[in-house]
Design a protein around this ligand. Structure first.
Ligand code: TMP
Ligand code: MG
Length: 320
């Protein structure tokens, strides 16, 4: 009704126009050609609502491998937490060969745009189970993990320090939700000096015997397509995340979109998806599923810019 009254219609329109100009100027990174958005104004409205609510109402949920870590560097793939374990100190050649064969068989299935998540689910269980069994047979020693990480080519995305440090400064909890190996993940962020107290991790943790030798994996297996179960059973119980209904979610797989399913009474969720591989085949489904898609972008530039904007009201309050 209000829109039919001309003298109200015009001001409302100009306010909206000014607002659109404002966000363009506030977050110029969203105009990068690697950024795809299904509905730009929804993204802007969500960011604006999250900014108004402030850092105190925000939580960040992120995947790890190929989301916080780079996909490739100088034309070479960057290892995932599982692949970091493929080190001569930890496993023998035969095991290394088997793990690589499994990767070559199952990774193409994981990213196959032609198969549904339900199709992939049992195959992912097969992949993870076989790899974990092989690792257990190798009797991996806990005290050698740090050295394996140090000698690996593991690499967090450019701008990672700004991301982790900003969240810590603003006292925003960061939940890293990974189907990788938790012990290795922790070591990667520790060695990069960003394992801050606001970082919480849900992942596959190793279970060592009294002598520090791997004997099993703890708890229920997490793979790429069962994160929803983990979100409901673990993340929803995390006290530090309660009272924070706004969620910034980062992932590189469609399975990562369920990582926020444990957030009760959520108000605003903004999902950012890194499209690292099989760009042409997967672009359409990523744009349909994530609010913001970053195509072949190895940096944290866009998440950092969004985060800076959302938490800017707290900056103002601190400056005042
Ligand atoms: P993420 O949930 O932190 O992304 O970790 C899961 C990734 O790990 C997934 O994309 C596939 C990858 N992966 C390997 O690289 N090697 C392996 O042996 C397994 C089981 C998974
Ligand atoms: Mg990932």
């Amino acid at each position: 009704m209000v829109y039919h009254i001309p003298w109200i219609y015009t001001p409302v329109r100009s306010v909206l126009a000014i607002w659109h100009q404002l966000t363009k100027a506030e977050i110029p990174e969203l105009a990068k050609c690697s950024v795809l958005m299904r509905d730009r104004s929804r993204v802007e409205d969500t960011i604006y609502a999250m900014q108004r609510a402030g850092a105190g109402r925000l939580q960040v949920i992120s995947d790890f491998d190929m989301t916080l870590t780079r996909f490739a560097h100088n034309g070479k793939r960057v290892p995932t937490t599982h692949n970091i374990l493929d080190h001569r100190l930890l496993i023998d050649e035969d095991c290394s060969k088997k793990i690589r064969e499994l990767l070559n068989t199952y990774y193409p299935i994981e990213i196959d745009a032609g198969r549904t998540a339900e199709d992939k689910l049992p195959l992912m269980v097969e992949w993870w189970t076989q790899v974990h069994e092989l690792l257990i047979q190798q009797r991996i020693r806990k005290d050698l993990l740090a050295q394996a990480v140090k000698e690996s080519s593991a690499m967090l995305r450019e701008g990672y320090k700004v991301f982790f440090d900003r969240l810590t400064e603003q006292q925003v909890p960061l939940l890293i939700f990974s189907a990788g190996v938790g012990d290795v993940l922790e070591e990667v962020i520790r060695q990069n000096n960003v394992f801050h107290p606001n970082v919480h991790i849900i992942s596959n943790y190793m279970d060592f015997d009294q002598t520090g030798v791997l004997r099993a994996f703890q708890g229920q297996l997490i793979h790429t397509f069962n994160k929803r179960e983990g979100a409901l059973s673990h993340a929803s119980g995390l006290r530090v995340l309660q009272g924070r209904p706004n969620v910034l979610l980062l992932g590189d797989s469609l399975g990562d979109l369920t990582m926020a399913d444990g957030v009760s009474e959520h108000q605003n969720i903004l999902t950012i998806g890194f499209l690292n591989d099989q760009m042409d085949e997967r672009k359409e489904s990523y744009v349909k599923s994530f609010d913001v898609v970053l195509v072949k972008d190895e940096t944290m530039e866009v998440p950092n810019a969004i985060l800076k904007y959302i938490t800017s009201s707290t900056d103002n309050k601190l400056d005042a």
